[in-house]
Write a protein that binds this ligand. Structure first.
Ligand code: UD1
Length: 432
């Protein structure tokens, strides 16, 4: 049964939160284990999340053995693995597409249904497929599944039309065994990309990546057992900082790499927030009502699309009018109608949200339509008067480990309850 979070809001949060390992770094590093033959990859600081469990199940379905305990994951990959991925697992999350590159590199062929994931607009994988085709793969779509065949991939130069995170990761993994040199241009520069580069290098891959958006990979014959550390989750950490901002609280988020969240810290400072930053921690202090700011989501080091809903929740309460432009995904504004139910005043004009700040929000029954939209509604609920119920919590557990415990530890009044309503659409929700 789906669960819901009941939040009694209006209390400033106060305390310290330890950030989890990054979901979006752990998933590609796990997929990289497919490249091993009879060897083992140990991964430290892996967050215990639904998406991680789905990726572990996907690897098991291919023949790998996966042990996961206390943030430590060990993936042993046998000499022979399956190159066909099960549709039920792949459809659960978009990041399943990350197995395509390594499977093709390792097995010379792969079958993968088109993946699922958050409902945030059209999310094709054409750049992944175009790159693999340039490397010599022949690709067909049969009944909604990608059938890829390559024998041995060939190194080549690939320019990405957009710096897609997933395409950069998939093509980098595909290139590890390609004949000769692969040069990827206009690649993503997210910190998670470099976490994967470090993991692959430790396994014996030859990769040059200097952060300029060009990655060079020299094909090798095989990789060896190794271990990798996952970086802190900049989106999770930022969510707690924004919860502090929205409730006018004092929240420290520790075990992070603060420069990974520079774009958020700069916007918060512009909005008048009081912050202190050390090597591994950020604290936000009470500073009264934030001032409005405008921002546009962009690939890293720009403002992350994965924080757009959460920052919007905080800006609902800012003084003045903020404009938030979404340039990475289409239709990533599904949280807006839910925030408006809580008393926010947000209008959508094309790919921009115009947020007219209000002095307070009021609790309501709201629906988490995707992972980060859900996080935004929780932030709004923590800041709002009265009780908020966030339904469809399943989305949120895909990305936030021990969310309930961490929020409670900083003073949130929350409980997780089974959802008695059959929540299929917003219109079916009880109104408060
Ligand atoms: C990753 C993150 C996700 C984040 C996103 C952007 C993981 C597991 N997920 O997703 O949390 O929101 O980066 O920072 O790391 N696109 C195409 N064709 C493609 C690939 C992408 O048109 O072949 C488009 C997408 O539809 C989207 C944009 O490019 O509009 C960004 O997508 P991409 O960077 O690939 O995101 P993901 O890797 O899916």
């Amino acid at each position: 049964m789906e669960s819901k979070m009941k939040i009694i809001g209006g209390t400033p949060l106060k305390g310290r939160v330890l950030a989890q390992g990054a979901k979006n770094a752990a998933l590609p590093v796990m997929a990289a284990a497919i490249l091993l033959k009879g060897e083992k990859l140990t991964i430290n600081r892996v967050p215990n999340l639904l998406d991680v469990v789905t990726m572990a199940d996907l690897l098991r379905s291919l023949g790998a053995s996966v042990q996961f305990k206390d943030q430590k994951m060990e993936i042993s990959t046998p000499l022979d693995i399956s190159w066909e991925t099960p549709p039920d697992l792949v459809r659960k999350m978009r990041a399943s597409s990350l197995v395509l590159g390594p499977l093709l590199a390792r097995c010379g062929k792969a079958v993968m249904p088109l993946p699922g994931g958050c409902s945030i607009g059209s999310r094709p994988i054409d750049l992944h497929l175009k790159g693999l085709t340039r490397m010599g793969a022949s690709i067909e779509l049969v009944h909604g599944a990608v059938h890829a065949q390559a024998g041995v991939l060939k190194g080549c130069r690939i320019y990405l039309d957009f710096p897609s995170v997933g395409a950069t990761e998939n093509l980098m993994m595909a290139a590890v065994f390609a004949r000769g040199e692969t040069i990827l241009e206009n690649t993503a520069r997210e910190p998670e990309i470099f976490n994967l580069v470090d993991a692959l290098r430790s396994m014996g891959a030859i990769i040059e990546a200097d952060g300029t958006g060009v990655i060079r990979i020299q094909g090798v014959e095989g990789l060896k057992s190794s271990s990798a550390n996952i970086i802190p989750d900049r989106v999770e950490a930022s969510t707690y900082i924004l919860a502090g901002a929205a409730t006018n609280g004092e929240v420290t988020v520790a075990n992070i790499i603060p420069n990974h969240i520079d774009s958020l810290l700069a916007k918060l400072e512009e909005a008048g927030a009081l912050l202190s930053v050390s090597d591994t921690e950020v604290t936000i202090y009470p500073s009264g009502r934030l001032k409005s700011v405008s921002l546009k989501t962009l690939p890293y080091p720009g403002f992350p699309t994965d924080l757009q809903p959460q920052v919007m929740a905080a800006l609902c309460l800012a003084e003045g009018t903020s404009v938030v432009q979404e340039s990475v995904f289409q239709s990533r504004f599904l949280h807006v109608s839910e925030l408006n139910k809580m008393g926010a005043r947000i209008d959508i004009q094309s790919n921009s949200a115009i947020i007219n700040g209000v002095e307070s929000l009021a609790g309501a029954d709201v629906l988490a339509t995707d992972l980060r939209a859900g996080a935004a509604l929780i932030i709004a609920g923590l800041a709002a008067r009265d009780t908020t119920c966030v339904h469809n919590l399943g989305h949120i557990f895909r990305g936030y480990e021990k969310l309930e415990d961490k929020l409670r530890a900083i003073g949130a009044n929350i409980s997780i309850l089974p959802s008695e309503e059959d929540v299929k659409g917003v219109s079916e929700l009880p109104r408060s």
